[in-house]
Design a protein around this ligand. Structure first.
Ligand code: SF4
Length: 263
């Protein structure tokens, strides 16, 4: 059976969403774990369809879900790293030998060479673990540049622009349209701090998705008289592609938008 990455390589990568999943990678992950059928993507070329359909036939022989497969690769990769160095690079706190205390989206996790656990000692949802592993195993991440860029300026982001605009920024903008105070409260509950940024926005909040992964949210409320809809911009640090791969950046953005709008 093919892995999510192998399936993804054969997909159109347009993130059109007509299969019912926001991104092609999300769809690939569902197919790989048996949660969706490749037939739900109507945009495949004949060669890709044939190859992927053959893969679906072999699914029953596959051990574990795509998440389990990914975690089996990522755990030993993290375990091979120097945790003291990791603490310095990531901004995590080294609380004991080979143990890190790491903030992720305002939640605290304990990371050891064997597992990741929340404050109740439970493992987080698998895709949260994967995001944490992906972040910690990025090679030689620099410190944040302190310069904000839009998502479309991140290298290799082109195919994900629609997903970011629709499932991250627009999701936040439409949810809080006409409710700046509600947005401010939600930002503060999620650990955001008001940012002093000049501009015409109605709210500006800075977040740390990880200690060294800053994000700036700018919100412009709707002006009905001028037919101006609410808008949100989620700006990223110039070095963000050294903190996470592009697919993980989108998944993390979607998770953030989901938490902000469902509190
Ligand atoms: S239908 Fe789904 S998998 Fe196919 S191109 Fe659109 S988003 Fe990607």
């Amino acid at each position: 059976m093919k892995t999510a990455v192998e399936i993804y390589k054969l997909l159109p990568k347009t993130n059109c969403g007509t299969c019912g999943t926001a991104t092609c990678f999300g769809f690939a992950a569902k197919v790989a774990s048996g949660l969706a059928s490749i037939t739900s993507c109507a945009n495949l070329n004949d060669q890709a369809r044939e190859e992927l359909m053959a893969g679906e036939g072999n699914r029953k022989n596959s051990p574990g879900t795509v998440y389990e497969q990914a975690l089996e690769i990522l755990r030993p990769r993290l375990a091979s790293l120097d945790f003291q160095k990791l603490a310095q690079q990531s901004g995590a706190v080294s609380s004991a030998p080979d143990t890190l205390e790491l903030l992720f989206l305002n939640d605290r996790f304990t990371v050891t060479k064997e597992r990741i656990a929340d404050q109740q000692g439970k493992e987080p949802r698998p895709f949260i673990s994967i995001l944490i592993y992906n972040h910690l195993t990025m090679p030689d991440p620099p410190r944040p540049a302190g310069e904000w860029i839009t998502f479309s300026s991140v290298p290799a982001s082109h195919a994900k622009d629609k997903a970011w605009a629709g499932h991250v920024e627009q999701e936040i903008a439409s949810h809080f349209s006409g409710n700046v105070n509600g947005l401010k409260k939600a930002c503060e509950r999620l650990g955001g701090t008001p940012a002093s940024i000049k501009g015409s926005h109605d709210a500006a909040y800075e977040f740390r998705f990880f200690p060294h992964y800053p994000v700036l949210l700018l919100f412009y409320d709707a002006v009905p008289d001028e037919d101006f809809p609410a808008q949100c911009k989620l700006l990223l640090d110039k070095h963000v592609d050294r903190f996470l791969d592009i697919e993980s950046i989108v998944v993390l953005g979607e998770e953030f938008a989901g938490r902000l709008t469902t509190q």
